[in-house]
Design a protein around this ligand. Structure first.
Ligand code: CP
Ligand code: NVA
Length: 305
């Protein structure tokens, strides 16, 4: 059974397959066609944390492909009313695929092997593979002709940063993160990326200006992720030199695009003029969540290869 808990779970050639299916389905969608290639298929959305993009883009995706979805919130009692293993053994018999946003990545690791269907990580504190898939597709759309785009991640070395680091490596993109000393990507993680993806260019620096200097993609995310709400104030102080603003964007090549997975906090990690400005592709990223997840669902459910 194939699961997608992190982007280590997909080979580069499989990413290309997912993107080929995505392109086809997106072109059809743009032409007004919604092909029902997954009739009767059921997607369960098991969520322990809030979501706009992930929840709605997956639910819209499966509906447009002819299937249906079930949203399962806190009342299911995942890991509290019964064990995550028993939840998996039962739920996996009812549905064809599960998207799960758990409080702890470990719950997902414990859950997935007991499910008789594919499990997709819809964000954990460890990884956000669906976000990175949509982002890589968006980068291709905007910088398609470029041989080896370079992504500069500015801010916290978090779930999205980790997924982009491995995703960029698998796509042959170069990745550099600029973060304050205590918030950097774990060197062991970067080493794992280098081990698993020969030729991977993944790097961690401290200085945001150094990171953006030769990057075609400038990417940031919130300074305090879900589950870190009590650290908001202290993080705002620590990260104040990591704001993506017009001055930082001026240090990057003129053709650089700005990306953010959203939700965004204008005035903190990014200024309004940058996120709403001409270099920003944040709404394309959000739109592509649905298109790429259609490609992912079609590929995982085996209707296309
Ligand atoms: N980017 C993202 O995953 O957004 P949500 O938290 O709204 O799903
Ligand atoms: N790093 C953020 C991403 C939200 C989509 C979080 O985990 O809250």
């Amino acid at each position: 059974m194939r699961h997608l808990l992190t982007l280590f779970d997909v080979e580069p050639a499989e990413l290309e397959t997912i993107f080929t299916i995505t392109r086809d389905l997106k072109e059809k969608f743009d032409a007004g066609l919604r092909e029902a290639i997954l009739p009767g298929r059921v997607l369960a959305m098991l969520f322990e944390r809030p979501s706009l993009r992930t929840r709605v883009s997956f639910e819209a995706a499966i509906l447009q492909l002819g299937g249906g979805s079930l949203f399962l919130g806190e009342d299911v009692g995942f890991g509290s009313r019964e064990s995550v293993e028993d939840c998996g053994r039962v739920l996996g018999q009812y549905v064809d695929v599960i998207v799960s946003r758990t409080r702890k990545h470990q719950s997902l690791v414990d859950f997935a092997p007991h499910c008789a269907c594919s499990v997709i990580n819809g964000l954990s504190e460890e990884a956000h593979p669906c976000q990175a898939l949509a982002d890589l597709y968006t980068m291709r759309e905007h910088l398609g002709g470029l041989k080896k785009p370079r992504l500069a991640w500015i801010g916290d070395g978090n779930n999205v940063a980790r997924s982009l680091a491995v995703g960029c490596a698998k796509m042959g993109f170069s990745f550099v993160a600029a973060s304050p000393p205590d918030y950097q990507l774990d060197p062991a993680y970067l080493e794992r990326v280098r081990q698993e993806v020969p030729g991977a260019e993944v790097q961690q620096v401290e200085d945001p200006q150094e990171a953006v200097a030769d990057a075609e993609i400038i990417y940031t995310d919130v300074w305090a992720s879900m589950g870190q709400e009590t650290e908001k104030q202290s993080r705002a102080e620590t990260f104040s030199a990591y704001q993506v603003n017009a001055e930082l964007m001026r240090q990057a090549p003129e053709r650089a695009i700005f990306m953010h997975c959203m939700p965004a906090h204008r005035g903190l990690e990014v200024t309004t003029d940058v996120i709403d400005g001409p270099q920003s592709v944040v709404l394309d990223q959000a739109a592509n969540r649905m298109h790429v997840q259609k490609g992912l669902l079609a590929w995982l459910l085996g209707t296309q290869s």
